[in-house]
Design a protein around this ligand. Structure first.
Ligand code: PGA
Length: 620
């Protein structure tokens, strides 16, 4: 079923990056020993960053010498100056080249500022340089959500070489993350072709995060298909997909392991997974499932292990057992809510926040990043103007002068940025106003929920997190468990938090519960706690979300506002529960206990299911 070699690694460790970095270092060391050069094809984007960090670490530790290494990068945005903060030239120096001893003359990266008339020559020379270097030994690749490798967008020809391309809509939208606005994203790029990549002696494609799961399934399990350019790698004799569990989650071996071969049907986690999967596939409630459904879906073995009626009752009870009502939530405890961004707590657990306050817990919200990047310029301008108008009202002449200068600087910056093609670096005063906007929103939303203790960390180190733990002495910690983009603030915060939690040695270690924001709520299979939210709590949660006004903006016509998304995700969870046959509640918030997220496993085994029994946050 898998048409290309796949290796799967745990989500929350650095094992994937370490294995790839070690492989690259072994190749370089072997070539150095034989007095040969090593030619690396390099990728940009979030995906390879951990590999680059590991290569830098190994270099600093004296384990590898890059002086004979020659590099060729996959691509570059057309017309973007090499020193632009989003150019791939800048990316490579900032994230790798500045920290290793690769020779400047051995570095090759497509240049964004080549005049149009010279592009063809430039591209031919690029190909010639790769050949002259002896071809690429190891090519690193990421994958776009549209299946692109390099910037070879869907339908790129298999025999394509280095050339100029138009970027796909999915790619442009994904780049908004870096450029801030789709209008600022370059629409063209120079990229190595599919054939250029296929000529490499070894190809390593890396994909991490659940936002890549769907395209990974298509690239790995569907036949070669020009719509999915990464599927061409199935034809390469030495290509391997290195995936984390999240990116591998839609592969058959993870989502329906019983189809791929013999499974241990006595495993209760697998039984739970299989029955809920079957209910969703057949669109029948668990109670309605019959023997035929199991047979048609290759799960006969399960019924040999457990009789049908027993199985259905057992799984239904397991799901119902995860429903946690107010009386089973903590009472009069110290509860710490850690959020990467200022609105994440309300979006994910605005209902739980109300319940925790109602249960007289001592709740503190700690925000791990400033989140200034996600505030529109106009919101900052509005805030600067409010300061100015306030000092006019108060007749404060000294403040008035300062505020006039601030408004004028902000207004000028916005005008200049609008006139620039690819955006401008943001002045510190603008970034500061944006951070202040978010702090004010978070503090007032907390206040609305009756939470008076909140603080803003502006970047999370293990040391700072231990300090927070020591300050609040929590019995329970809630944290964001998103593992989408590997370099997103959410994932980086989670990593830091898990490290801090694991190294926090106190007698009564707090419980750690994860919630989700960027990804959908935890499914009834993955969740350990399903918390029903009443209509009244839901309404207050929406008001709390609206306090985060800077995050409720969407400029595209018809785009959903944040509060609408919040309502939708909670209702879709309730619909999922109803479809399984668990009625009675119209919306849920879902949580996963941390220990259940890191089952022991090896890199090469199939993704295991949750391995701990259902658990609840109990008041002790
Ligand atoms: P990403 O990009 O690593 O930032 O997800 C991958 C790609 O588009 O190739």
């Amino acid at each position: 079923m898998e048409r290309v070699k796949v290796k799967i690694f745990p989500n929350e460790t650095n094992e994937l990056a370490e294995e790839i970095a070690n492989l690259i270092v072994s190749e370089i060391n072997a070539n150095n020993a034989a007095d040969r050069r090593t030619v690396l094809g390099l990728a940009t984007g979030n995906t390879p960053l951990d590999v680059y960090r590991e290569l830098i670490r190994l270099h600093k530790a004296g384990k590898v010498d890059f002086s004979r290494v020659v590099t060729f990068n996959l691509d570059e945005y057309y017309e973007l100056p090499p020193d632009h903060e989003n150019s791939y030239n800048r990316f490579m120096f900032d994230n790798l080249f500045n920290y290793i001893n690769v020779k400047r003359e051995n570095i090759h990266i497509p240049q964004g500022l080549i005049p149009t008339k010279d592009i063809q020559d430039f591209c031919q020379n690029y190909e010639a340089a790769i050949k002259a270097a002896g071809g690429i030994d190891i090519q690193l690749l990421g994958i776009g959500r549209d299946g692109h490798i390099g910037f070879n967008e869907p339908l790129s020809p298999e025999d394509s070489h280095t050339r100029m391309v138009e970027l796909d809509k999915v790619t442009l939208n994904d780049a908004v993350r870096e450029f801030g606005d789709v209008k600022l994203v370059p629409t063209r790029a120079l990229t190595m072709g599919v054939n250029t990549i296929m000529q490499s002696r070894r190809v390593i494609l890396i994909a991490t995060g659940d936002h890549k799961a769907s395209i990974i399934r298509k690239s790995v399990e569907m036949p070669v298909n020009p719509e999915i350019v990464a599927s061409y790698l199935q034809k390469h004799s030495n290509a391997t997909f290195y995936l984390d569990q999240a990116a591998a989650s839609e592969l058959t071996r993870s989502s329906r392991p019983w189809v791929s071969g013999a499974v241990d049907w006595s495993n209760p986690v697998l039984q739970h997974h299989a029955v809920t999967y079957l209910s969703q596939t057949t669109k029948k409630s668990i109670a309605e499932l019959d023997v035929g459904d199991f047979v048609v879906n290759l799960m006969e073995g399960l019924l040999k292990e457990v009789p049908l009626a027993t199985l259905k009752t057992k799984v239904l009870n397991e799901i119902v057992g995860k429903i946690v009502t107010n009386d089973r939530l903590p009472v009069k405890k110290s509860v710490l809510i850690m959020a990467p961004h200022t609105e994440d707590d309300v979006v994910a657990m605005g209902g739980m926040m109300q319940k925790l306050v109602a249960n007289m817990n001592d709740v503190a919200c700690v925000y791990m990043t400033a989140g200034a990047a996600n505030v529109l310029d106009y919101e900052a301008q509005k805030f600067a103007m409010a300061k100015l108008i306030y000092s006019q009202h108060m007749g404060d002449k000294v403040a008035l002068e300062k505020e006039q200068e601030l408004v004028s600087n902000v207004t000028q910056y916005i005008a200049k940025k609008k006139a620039s093609r690819f955006g401008l670096p943001e002045p510190i005063e603008m970034t500061t106003i944006k951070a202040v906007v978010r702090e004010a929103e978070a503090a007032s939303a907390c206040n609305y929920f009756g939470i008076t203790r909140c603080e803003f960390m502006n970047g999370a180190s293990i040391e700072k997190l231990h300090h927070i733990f020591d300050k609040y002495h929590p019995s329970v910690i809630f944290a964001c468990g998103d593992i989408t983009d590997p370099n997103s603030a959410h994932r980086l915060c989670l990593r830091a938090l898990i490290k801090a939690y694991q190294t926090y040695t106190v007698k009564d270690k707090p419980e750690l519960w994860l919630y989700r924001v960027d990804s959908p709520e935890y499914s009834p299979i993955d969740a350990d706690m399903l918390v029903p939210i009443s209509t009244v709590e839901m309404e207050s949660k929406i008001v709390g979300t609206i306090y985060h006004q800077s995050q409720n903006y969407k400029l595209q016509l018809g785009a959903k506002q944040l509060w609408q998304k919040v309502e939708e995700r909670m209702q879709s969870q309730a619909n999922l529960m109803k479809a399984l046959g668990v009625t009675g509640y119209n919306s849920y918030e879902t949580f996963k206990r941390f220990s259940a997220v890191t089952p022991a496993q090896t890199a090469t085994t199939a993704v295991p299911m949750q391995t701990t029994p259902a658990a609840t946050v109990q008041s002790h």
